[in-house]
Design a protein around this ligand. Structure first.
Ligand SMILES: Cc1cc2nc3c(=O)[nH]c(=O)nc-3n(C[C@H](O)[C@H](O)[C@H](O)COP(=O)(O)O)c2cc1C
Length: 332
């Protein structure tokens, strides 16, 4: 059995369906716990230490002691405390997204936790393997939210599988139904990752106004508008912020992107727990937007001044459903 074949068995995954790591509070303990209890792999996204620990704890209580639970960490915002919490909470695998993951791969390995790095093409995959990744997440440009993706998943997956050379590869981007999962497994992925499908669940922490807009959206945009502290692109749906600042293809003005890049080191010292406060300060006309997204705990009007992450699957998703039903509908 090679390492790819044993991935699901190693972590005890019954259904090869993974709920994507979605940072900032979308991945509630209820969502992650329900996905893992239903036989899939729930993933807690990055947040401040206290919330991260509490969310993993709640997910564990809901899923039960034997089900696997994953965590997702965005490289620029990781602290050693996140690694310690992952170990204490017996996280089965960590997915990382962002440039410069090597340090955190070593830190996770030191605590015995396997690491998958999110990549968008063969070149990124080579760097991830050289840095010590145990497996890869192949992300296609259809994906909602944070992007390493540079091309459609159908093109990216075969070249990433080649580089992985037997290491497990999970595939993300454009997964809306069981047929998508079957196609990706047939192409060589070990499991399929879905984000937008799980954003649209009862247990998701997304604000109902955000969910409503995703269901009604006619298009998505790939943009660097929400770049204050995070210079990589995102896929979002339009809102007042993108209408004010972005071109039809999502391109944000160069000055906004430059400020985002320059501000990256500064914004990393803003505690993740303060993102709600930061969102309060964002104004459509100011043009400076962090990667914060509107949560249930925020006023509905934040949907026009924060990022509404969603992927191309929104054209095929029609409803908000319980997370367990989402897993069942995706099961190949
Ligand atoms: C609301 C939202 C937030 C996201 N946040 C993160 C994140 O914090 N870390 C990450 O690695 N990927 C993030 N992503 C990307 C997902 O991991 C995944 O690649 C994507 O959702 C897959 O595409 P899909 O939305 O079409 O299923 C996010 C996606 C969404 C929709």
């Amino acid at each position: 059995m090679n390492s790819a074949e044993s991935f699901c068995e190693q972590i005890g995954l019954e259904i090869p369906v993974v709920q994507a790591g979605m940072g900032g509070g979308v991945t509630t303990g209820e969502l992650v716990g329900a996905v893992s209890a239903a036989g899939g792999l729930g993933t807690v996204g990055i947040m401040g230490d206290h919330a991260f620990n509490a969310t993993l704890g709640k997910a564990r209580r809901i899923a039960g002691p034997k089900r696997p639970i994953a965590a997702n960490l965005l490289v620029p915002f990781v602290h050693q405390s996140h690694i310690d919490i992952c170990a204490e909470q017996h996280v089965s695998v960590v997915t990382l997204l962002g440039v410069g993951a090597e340090r955190w791969i070593h830190a996770l390995h030191a605590r015995g936790i396997p690491v998958h790095i999110t990549v968008g093409d063969a070149e990124q995959a080579q760097r991830a393997i050289a840095a010590g990744a145990d497996g890869l997440v192949a992300q296609g440009i259809e994906a909602g939210g944070h992007h390493m993706a540079v091309k459609p998943l159908a093109q990216a997956l075969p070249e990433i599988l080649d580089v992985a050379a037997g290491r497990p590869v999970l595939a993300a981007g454009g997964v809306a139904d069981a047929e998508d999962v079957r196609r990706l497994l047939a192409a060589g992925a070990m499991a399929a990752i879905a984000g937008t499908r799980f954003l649209l669940t009862d247990e998701s922490g997304a604000h109902p106004e955000y969910q409503r807009r995703v269901l009604e959206a006619k298009q998505t945009l790939r943009t660097q508008l929400f770049s204050f502290g995070w210079p990589l692109p995102h896929r979002v749906i339009p809102n007042a912020a993108t209408e004010r600042w972005c071109g039809r293809d999502g391109t944000a003005p160069a000055w906004i992107r430059s400020i985002g890049r320059v501000a990256s080191p500064v914004s990393r010292v803003i505690p993740l727990s303060a993102l709600g406060t930061v969102a309060k300060l964002q104004r459509v006309n100011l043009g400076l937007f962090t990667a914060t997204l509107p949560l249930r705990s925020m006023p509905a009007e934040f949907a026009d001044r924060t990022a509404l992450y969603a992927g191309e699957t929104l054209h095929r998703l029609r409803d908000i459903i319980p997370a367990a039903e989402a897993v069942a509908r995706l099961a190949p």
